[in-house]
Design a protein around this ligand. Structure first.
Ligand SMILES: [Zn+2]
Length: 52
């Protein structure tokens, strides 16, 4: 869901799925990092599905 890869290891959340590597990367990403904003945006798309 985050990286677009189909993996079996990871966590399932509300409407999506975060694979192990993405989960690790999110945890390790600094809040000030540009990457963090990217992750947050992807998370928003997962948690707040537009067709809800
Ligand atoms: Zn991933």
């Amino acid at each position: 869901m985050i990286c677009g890869q189909q993996k079996t290891d990871g966590i399932h959340i509300l409407y999506g799925f975060i694979c192990d590597s993405c989960e690790l990367e999110i945890v390790r990403t600094d809040v000030m990092d540009d990457k963090y904003a990217f992750f947050v945006n992807r998370m928003k798309q997962i948690f707040y599905k537009k067709d809800a």
